[in-house]
Ligand binder design. Structure first.
Ligand code: SF4
Length: 222
Protein backbone atom coordinates (compact mmCIF):
# COMPACT_ATOMS: atom_id res chain seq x y z
CA UNK A 1 0.00 0.00 0.00
CA UNK A 2 1.27 3.50 -0.87
CA UNK A 3 2.17 5.62 2.17
CA UNK A 4 0.29 8.93 2.42
CA UNK A 5 2.65 11.94 2.28
CA UNK A 6 3.30 13.54 5.71
CA UNK A 7 0.87 16.28 6.73
CA UNK A 8 2.47 19.76 6.67
CA UNK A 9 3.03 21.37 10.10
CA UNK A 10 0.02 23.13 11.67
CA UNK A 11 1.71 26.56 11.52
CA UNK A 12 2.20 26.18 7.78
CA UNK A 13 -1.37 24.97 7.24
CA UNK A 14 -2.65 28.00 9.13
CA UNK A 15 -0.55 30.33 7.02
CA UNK A 16 -1.84 28.65 3.87
CA UNK A 17 -5.43 29.17 5.04
CA UNK A 18 -4.73 32.86 5.75
CA UNK A 19 -3.10 33.27 2.32
CA UNK A 20 -6.07 31.65 0.61
CA UNK A 21 -8.47 33.96 2.48
CA UNK A 22 -6.39 37.00 1.44
CA UNK A 23 -6.34 35.92 -2.20
CA UNK A 24 -10.08 35.20 -2.19
CA UNK A 25 -10.79 38.68 -0.85
CA UNK A 26 -8.48 40.38 -3.35
CA UNK A 27 -9.17 38.30 -6.48
CA UNK A 28 -12.65 36.80 -6.06
CA UNK A 29 -13.08 36.24 -9.81
CA UNK A 30 -9.56 35.05 -10.63
CA UNK A 31 -9.52 33.14 -13.90
CA UNK A 32 -7.23 32.67 -16.88
CA UNK A 33 -6.52 35.80 -18.89
CA UNK A 34 -6.16 33.79 -22.10
CA UNK A 35 -9.07 34.35 -24.52
CA UNK A 36 -10.73 31.16 -25.79
CA UNK A 37 -14.16 29.81 -26.74
CA UNK A 38 -13.69 26.07 -26.47
CA UNK A 39 -11.16 23.46 -25.24
CA UNK A 40 -9.38 23.42 -28.61
CA UNK A 41 -8.75 27.18 -28.53
CA UNK A 42 -7.68 26.98 -24.89
CA UNK A 43 -5.17 24.24 -25.69
CA UNK A 44 -3.70 26.21 -28.58
CA UNK A 45 -3.56 29.44 -26.56
CA UNK A 46 -1.90 27.67 -23.64
CA UNK A 47 0.78 26.10 -25.84
CA UNK A 48 1.42 29.54 -27.35
CA UNK A 49 1.67 31.15 -23.89
CA UNK A 50 4.87 29.29 -22.92
CA UNK A 51 7.51 31.99 -22.34
CA UNK A 52 5.15 34.61 -23.78
CA UNK A 53 2.64 37.00 -22.28
CA UNK A 54 -1.10 36.33 -22.37
CA UNK A 55 -1.52 39.75 -23.99
CA UNK A 56 0.70 38.78 -26.93
CA UNK A 57 -1.14 35.46 -27.29
CA UNK A 58 -4.58 37.12 -27.19
CA UNK A 59 -3.49 39.59 -29.86
CA UNK A 60 -2.55 36.78 -32.27
CA UNK A 61 -5.16 34.09 -31.67
CA UNK A 62 -8.25 35.71 -33.28
CA UNK A 63 -6.63 35.56 -36.73
CA UNK A 64 -5.19 32.12 -36.03
CA UNK A 65 -8.56 30.69 -34.94
CA UNK A 66 -10.33 32.37 -37.89
CA UNK A 67 -7.92 30.67 -40.30
CA UNK A 68 -7.87 27.31 -38.45
CA UNK A 69 -11.04 26.91 -36.38
CA UNK A 70 -10.52 23.25 -35.46
CA UNK A 71 -7.97 20.46 -35.26
CA UNK A 72 -8.70 19.21 -38.77
CA UNK A 73 -8.03 22.60 -40.36
CA UNK A 74 -4.87 23.17 -38.31
CA UNK A 75 -3.56 19.66 -39.03
CA UNK A 76 -3.70 20.49 -42.76
CA UNK A 77 -1.77 23.77 -42.39
CA UNK A 78 1.90 24.17 -43.13
CA UNK A 79 4.10 25.34 -40.24
CA UNK A 80 5.13 28.33 -42.41
CA UNK A 81 1.51 29.48 -42.78
CA UNK A 82 0.98 29.20 -39.02
CA UNK A 83 4.27 31.01 -38.37
CA UNK A 84 2.99 33.99 -40.33
CA UNK A 85 0.06 34.34 -37.91
CA UNK A 86 1.99 33.94 -34.65
CA UNK A 87 5.19 35.77 -35.55
CA UNK A 88 4.70 38.27 -32.70
CA UNK A 89 4.85 35.50 -30.09
CA UNK A 90 8.16 34.24 -28.69
CA UNK A 91 9.50 30.93 -30.08
CA UNK A 92 7.00 31.14 -32.92
CA UNK A 93 8.86 28.79 -35.25
CA UNK A 94 8.93 25.81 -32.90
CA UNK A 95 5.42 26.63 -31.67
CA UNK A 96 4.08 26.62 -35.24
CA UNK A 97 5.60 23.18 -35.85
CA UNK A 98 4.20 21.88 -32.56
CA UNK A 99 0.71 23.24 -33.23
CA UNK A 100 0.44 21.52 -36.60
CA UNK A 101 1.75 18.24 -35.15
CA UNK A 102 -0.52 18.58 -32.12
CA UNK A 103 -3.57 19.11 -34.32
CA UNK A 104 -2.59 16.05 -36.35
CA UNK A 105 -2.44 13.94 -33.19
CA UNK A 106 -5.78 15.30 -31.98
CA UNK A 107 -7.30 14.20 -35.27
CA UNK A 108 -5.58 10.84 -35.35
CA UNK A 109 -6.06 9.76 -31.75
CA UNK A 110 -8.97 11.76 -30.34
CA UNK A 111 -11.35 12.48 -33.20
CA UNK A 112 -10.27 16.12 -33.31
CA UNK A 113 -11.35 16.76 -29.69
CA UNK A 114 -9.17 17.75 -26.73
CA UNK A 115 -9.11 14.64 -24.53
CA UNK A 116 -10.32 14.92 -20.95
CA UNK A 117 -7.31 12.93 -19.85
CA UNK A 118 -4.15 14.23 -18.25
CA UNK A 119 -1.68 11.75 -19.77
CA UNK A 120 -3.19 12.16 -23.24
CA UNK A 121 -2.77 15.97 -23.12
CA UNK A 122 0.78 15.74 -21.72
CA UNK A 123 1.67 13.48 -24.68
CA UNK A 124 0.74 16.17 -27.24
CA UNK A 125 3.63 18.08 -28.94
CA UNK A 126 4.38 21.36 -27.18
CA UNK A 127 2.23 20.45 -24.17
CA UNK A 128 3.54 19.43 -20.77
CA UNK A 129 2.30 19.08 -17.25
CA UNK A 130 1.54 22.78 -16.91
CA UNK A 131 -0.42 22.90 -20.18
CA UNK A 132 -2.39 19.80 -19.22
CA UNK A 133 -3.25 21.27 -15.83
CA UNK A 134 -4.36 24.60 -17.34
CA UNK A 135 -6.44 22.98 -20.08
CA UNK A 136 -8.09 20.27 -17.99
CA UNK A 137 -8.86 22.55 -15.06
CA UNK A 138 -10.34 25.37 -17.15
CA UNK A 139 -12.05 23.31 -19.85
CA UNK A 140 -13.22 20.33 -17.83
CA UNK A 141 -13.11 21.39 -14.15
CA UNK A 142 -10.28 18.96 -13.35
CA UNK A 143 -8.75 19.94 -9.95
CA UNK A 144 -5.18 21.02 -10.67
CA UNK A 145 -2.55 23.59 -9.73
CA UNK A 146 -0.49 24.44 -12.78
CA UNK A 147 2.90 25.71 -11.58
CA UNK A 148 4.34 28.35 -13.87
CA UNK A 149 7.02 30.91 -13.07
CA UNK A 150 4.63 33.11 -11.02
CA UNK A 151 3.14 30.28 -8.99
CA UNK A 152 6.57 28.81 -8.25
CA UNK A 153 8.06 32.17 -7.19
CA UNK A 154 5.14 33.06 -4.95
CA UNK A 155 5.02 29.61 -3.37
CA UNK A 156 8.66 30.02 -2.34
CA UNK A 157 8.37 33.65 -1.17
CA UNK A 158 5.28 32.84 0.84
CA UNK A 159 7.14 29.97 2.50
CA UNK A 160 4.74 27.35 1.09
CA UNK A 161 7.44 25.39 -0.73
CA UNK A 162 11.23 25.25 -0.76
CA UNK A 163 11.29 23.45 -4.08
CA UNK A 164 12.39 24.80 -7.44
CA UNK A 165 11.10 21.85 -9.47
CA UNK A 166 7.53 22.77 -10.59
CA UNK A 167 6.24 19.23 -10.04
CA UNK A 168 7.47 19.27 -6.43
CA UNK A 169 6.03 22.74 -5.82
CA UNK A 170 2.71 21.42 -7.14
CA UNK A 171 2.81 18.54 -4.64
CA UNK A 172 3.60 20.90 -1.75
CA UNK A 173 0.69 23.17 -2.67
CA UNK A 174 -1.69 20.25 -3.10
CA UNK A 175 -0.96 19.19 0.49
CA UNK A 176 -1.69 22.67 1.83
CA UNK A 177 -4.87 23.71 0.04
CA UNK A 178 -8.30 22.11 -0.36
CA UNK A 179 -8.73 20.34 -3.69
CA UNK A 180 -11.74 22.45 -4.67
CA UNK A 181 -9.64 25.64 -4.44
CA UNK A 182 -6.65 24.44 -6.51
CA UNK A 183 -7.82 26.03 -9.75
CA UNK A 184 -8.65 29.32 -8.02
CA UNK A 185 -5.28 29.29 -6.23
CA UNK A 186 -3.43 28.87 -9.52
CA UNK A 187 -5.18 31.86 -11.13
CA UNK A 188 -5.01 34.07 -8.02
CA UNK A 189 -1.27 33.46 -7.52
CA UNK A 190 -0.63 34.34 -11.17
CA UNK A 191 -2.62 37.59 -10.85
CA UNK A 192 -0.84 38.47 -7.61
CA UNK A 193 2.53 37.69 -9.20
CA UNK A 194 1.77 39.93 -12.17
CA UNK A 195 0.27 42.84 -10.25
CA UNK A 196 2.06 42.93 -6.90
CA UNK A 197 4.63 40.23 -6.17
CA UNK A 198 6.60 40.70 -9.36
CA UNK A 199 9.93 38.98 -9.94
CA UNK A 200 12.33 41.94 -9.77
CA UNK A 201 10.93 44.15 -7.02
CA UNK A 202 7.78 42.96 -5.23
CA UNK A 203 5.46 45.70 -3.96
CA UNK A 204 5.42 44.37 -0.40
CA UNK A 205 4.20 47.64 1.15
CA UNK A 206 1.05 47.43 -1.00
CA UNK A 207 0.53 43.69 -0.56
CA UNK A 208 -2.47 42.38 1.38
CA UNK A 209 -0.35 39.40 2.48
CA UNK A 210 2.48 41.48 3.97
CA UNK A 211 1.63 40.58 7.59
CA UNK A 212 1.73 36.85 6.99
CA UNK A 213 4.35 36.55 4.26
CA UNK A 214 7.89 35.53 5.37
CA UNK A 215 9.25 37.02 2.09
CA UNK A 216 11.67 34.15 1.57
CA UNK A 217 14.48 35.19 -0.79
CA UNK A 218 13.21 38.78 -1.23
CA UNK A 219 16.27 41.03 -1.18
CA UNK A 220 14.64 44.27 -2.25
CA UNK A 221 11.03 45.39 -2.27
CA UNK A 222 8.95 48.52 -2.74
S1 SF4 B 1 4.63 40.48 1.03
FE1 SF4 B 1 5.99 40.84 -0.72
S2 SF4 B 1 6.99 38.86 -1.10
FE2 SF4 B 1 5.17 38.45 0.18
S3 SF4 B 1 3.55 38.00 -1.31
FE3 SF4 B 1 3.41 40.17 -0.84
S4 SF4 B 1 4.63 41.18 -2.45
FE4 SF4 B 1 5.20 38.99 -2.43
Amino acid sequence: MLKAPPKPPLKLRRRAADILAGLEAEYPDARTELAYRDPFELLIATVLSAQATDVSVNAATPALFAAYPDALALSRATPEAVEALIRTIGLYRSKARNLVALAGLLQERHGGEVPNDFDAVVALPGAGRKTANVVLSNAYGFPAIAVDTHVGRLARRLGLSEQTNPDKVETDLQLLFPRERWVFLHHALILHGRRVCNARKPLCSACMLQDICPRVGVLSSA
